[in-house]
Design a protein around this ligand. Sequence first.
Ligand code: SF4
Ligand code: SF4
Length: 434
Amino acid sequence: MNDKGKELYDVIKGKINSMKEEDSLERQYWNFWKLGCFLKTKAHDLKNVYEDTSREFVDKYKEQLIKMREQVLENLDYYVEKCINVMRKANNFKVHYAKTNKEAHHIFMEELGDNKVVYKSKSNEAKDIGIIDFLKKNDIIIKETDLGDVLVQLFDYKLPSFQVGPGAHFSIDDIVAKIKEMHGVELEPKPSAIVDYYRKTYRKELLNNVKVSLTSANAISAEDGTIVLGENEGNISLLTRATEKHIVVCGIQKIVPTVLDAVLVAKIQSRINNVPFNYINLISGPSSTSDIRGINVLGMYGAKEVVIILVDEWRTKAIKENLFYKDYLKCISCRTCNFVCTAARAFGNIFASKYGWGATAILTDYIHNGIEAAVQDGLFFCTNCENCYHWCPVSINIGEIMKSIKKEAKKAGLCPPPLKEYQQKILKDKNPFK
Ligand code: SF4
Ligand code: SF4
């Protein structure tokens, strides 16, 4: 292990120690996460009224989903071109194709113009593409709208949070205390009182003040250029309608052949997470009317402009050069591999990167920032149990990908010392514990 490896090893040890401190944020998160995993495995379908369990639902469509994702990736150029054409010609979308994240950042700034505030919904893709960091650096105010993210922003919580239900680990008492501190309003310590407060105040702002909104897409149909966005709160519905300009930022791998495929992706994300998508938005153009003598005018009540920024960055290269992580392009971003991940269950949100938590976030960090970033995120916490592979609705073997990254780390002299000792014992005695 070289000096850099030792430095990274100390960072990891520091993270583990902070998780052990009773009152630390890492500990609070971990305690809640353990409960979440327990509920997920013991009673995760109790609330559903469907005839099948979520797993049965996923298994019923798994083969179809895998075939569809493979078909797209084998013909990615074709689908990207087809999708862009139809979005421009039939849907009146303004479409940008950004070869790199950097290009996407500049396009976004141009689209923003003089606006200094962006309202966004949960968008892992915008984070992956680095838009959020870039906007912050340029003093653009980002306003979260999903209630969980609003709370995370209110607490200025820096660690990665849950992708579904961010902020769920804050206690009700802490939330009302924080609202009192930040907004001077005293609320009853009840979830309904907190929701009611935001409904009465923030909803008004979302209906009246949004000039530019940012979302990603759960999937985009190449057949007709429809953007599919699933949600349960209604914030995405407001953001995509009560705005002047709706900007969609996502990677090209979000493209699927048909609108039914896109809805299938959204349904699988909803069922596998066991959260309802009360709304599935299908957006096929800016708001318009032809009610005055049949002349089409854009911008009636909904968004006047819909701008799509499709980003390539590493994606085409991964396919063309057959990179070992190219299978990750099949990912539908359900993020549920965390529920079954040995490392995520043991280490909560310290098995994480700035892109989120869990193995997929660490892989994203590796792709964008290289091997040292992945080691610092806790790469070696992964036990290669392959639970992720067996769980994944598109059968991506994230464990195998992590193994390849570990090999690279080992070559770079970044392998933690205890593992080195195990390796030497195995080689010498054929037994790591002797
Ligand atoms: S790797 Fe599979 S389980 Fe994990 S987020 Fe992607 S699709 Fe979901
Ligand atoms: S192989 Fe690694 S990433 Fe996959 S579930 Fe096991 S510990 Fe998690």
